[in-house]
Design a protein around this ligand. Structure first.
Ligand code: SF4
Length: 270
């Protein structure tokens, strides 16, 4: 478990600008856990839970910045995962169980970016393994994209939730602008290391984090956008959870069909 804070870095890695650097030496056991390399089921080992030790002074200092202060000086995916596991750049480290970092090959041509981990992702420590992940899997299969070949991550790495009325369920809560600003340096660093040719933004949070707050998924979905500075091609579509929330079977079927069509557009650029 990585609990130590890195030396503050003045600038986080930026998409399509920062270049990946050589990976440093890492303790083998830590790397195996944190690297996100696939096991026989295509999943990495669960990410470590966040550290619990704190003092009033560290609390004040640690929740006042952004993840840019935590990005290691020579980012590699294992180093980023290791460091992000102990991130306390915003208060969400207290809300979610653990940091759910991105997973996939270091040189993936395609990167999917969602909003934040959900309840099941928070428990498992892996992105897109719950109902939304299953729908994403179906759409990937439909588009002929191998999930093992793509990098999948979120804009915000901790699960933000509130207790439901009956108290048992953890209800997803949308991250606010401050939380997104705090966490997005991790996404920028992932983009800089992986350097995907195609980025698919799943939902408005991801699309606006990558393309600006004025970006409208409703207007631009399914279009191959070039010249964004993020990747050769960026395609925005809805988050699969919005498909699952469709009010009736007919609208659900239509939403799923449209979602799959957007991924087929992406497949043409892979
Ligand atoms: S949500 Fe992001 S910035 Fe906030 S503590 Fe978690 S990893 Fe750090």
């Amino acid at each position: 478990m990585a609990t130590r804070r890195s030396r503050p870095s003045a600038s986080s890695a930026r998409p399509a600008v920062a270049r990946p650097r050589a990976e440093g030496r890492r303790p083998r056991s830590t790397e195996a856990r944190a690297s996100g390399e696939r096991d026989g089921l295509g999943r990495a080992a669960p990410a470590p839970a966040p550290p619990s030790a704190e003092t009033p002074s560290t609390r004040l200092r640690e929740e006042a910045g952004t993840a840019a202060d935590w990005v290691p000086p020579r980012p590699s995916l294992p180093a980023l995962r290791r460091q992000a596991a102990g991130c306390r750049a915003c208060h969400l480290w207290r809300v979610g169980t653990r940091t759910v970092f991105g997973e996939g090959p270091r040189r993936a041509a395609v990167m999917f970016v969602g909003e934040q981990p959900g309840d099941q992702e928070d428990k498992a420590g892996h992105p897109f393994v719950g109902p939304s992940g299953r729908l994403l899997d179906a759409a990937l299969q439909d588009a002929g994209i191998d999930r093992d070949e793509v990098y999948i991550t979120n804009t915000v790495k901790h699960f933000k939730w509130e207790r439901g009325e009956k108290g048992a369920r953890r209800i997803h809560k949308k991250p606010n602008a401050g939380e997104i600003t705090a966490c997005v340096p991790w996404l920028h660093a992932e983009l800089a290391v992986v350097q995907p040719r195609v980025v698919i933004a799943l939902g408005a949070t991801a699309a606006q984090a990558l393309l600006g707050k004025a970006f409208k998924v409703t207007k631009e979905r399914g279009k191959a956008l070039r010249g964004t500075g993020v990747a050769d091609v960026v395609i925005a579509t809805v988050h699969p959870s919005s498909v699952l929330r469709a009010p009736d079977p007919e609208s659900r079927a239509r939403a799923e069909k449209e979602f799959k069509a957007d991924l087929r557009v992406a497949a043409k650029h892979v």
